[in-house]
Design a protein around this ligand. Structure first.
Ligand code: AMP
Length: 197
């Protein structure tokens, strides 16, 4: 099953993605995690990525599309994957369709975790204390939110128009949110069966 997990920073995507991929036996591909690894490399690319992450800006589409393409070519993706943090722009969404078509696959559904902005900012400030992520400072958080609204929010319409969007209420305990995600997976399976896939 090929899934995308959408949602603002701080919506709890990482936690939910881990549970869901364990249940579905597919890899969890987090482009944020991939970039945090690249950042540690003593290369020019590592240095460039460090700058984008520190400011809360998106890395250029070409760069992330190339990295994702390499990741999708790995054997563990033969039965699908859950993409967390990709796509983040409409350009990336269009590139994803092509990357999947190249490996004979297509997207089954987009899970969109919806949480009001005030709540996600509070959650991220809390996470900053616990995890010590250097892109969780108040200033960078503000920028990441505005980047999300400007670049990633339009994807919700993009996928809604394609009938691929499954909205999830992200308020409540992680268990409650996970139950809603499981319901959405059932709907995706049903829609897929109805479409004869
Ligand atoms: P995340 O862990 O998903 O919140 O991502 C952390 C940071 O990595 C983001 O603020 C961006 O700087 C960068 N990043 C992650 N995924 C992407 C993507 N698909 N396109 C561009 N930049 C990304």
């Amino acid at each position: 099953m090929w899934l995308v997990l959408l949602g603002p920073p701080g919506a709890g995507k990482g936690t939910q993605a881990q549970r869901l991929t364990t249940e579905l036996c597919i890899p969890h591909i987090s482009t944020g995690e991939m970039l945090r690894e690249v950042k540690e490399e003593p290369t020019e690319l590592g240095r460039q990525v460090t700058d984008f992450l520190a400011k809360g800006e998106l890395v250029p589409d070409d760069l992330i599309i190339q990295l994702l393409g390499e990741r999708l070519a790995k054997e563990d993706c033969c039965g699908g994957a859950l993409l967390d943090g990709f796509p983040r722009t409409t350009g990336q969404a269009i590139a994803l369709e092509q990357l999947l078509a190249d490996i004979g696959a297509s997207l089954d559904g987009v899970l969109s975790i919806e949480v009001p902005q005030d709540e996600v900012v509070q959650r991220m400030l809390k996470r900053a204390k616990v995890e010590g992520r250097d892109d969780d400072t108040p200033e960078v958080i503000r920028n990441r939110m505005s980047v999300y609204q400007r670049s990633t929010q339009p994807l919700i319409d993009f996928y809604r128009q394609r009938n691929q969007l499954y909205p999830i209420d992200g308020l409540g305990s992680p268990n409650e949110v996970f139950e809603r995600i499981q319901d959405a997976i059932e709907s995706i399976r049903k829609d897929r069966a109805d479409a004869g896939k």
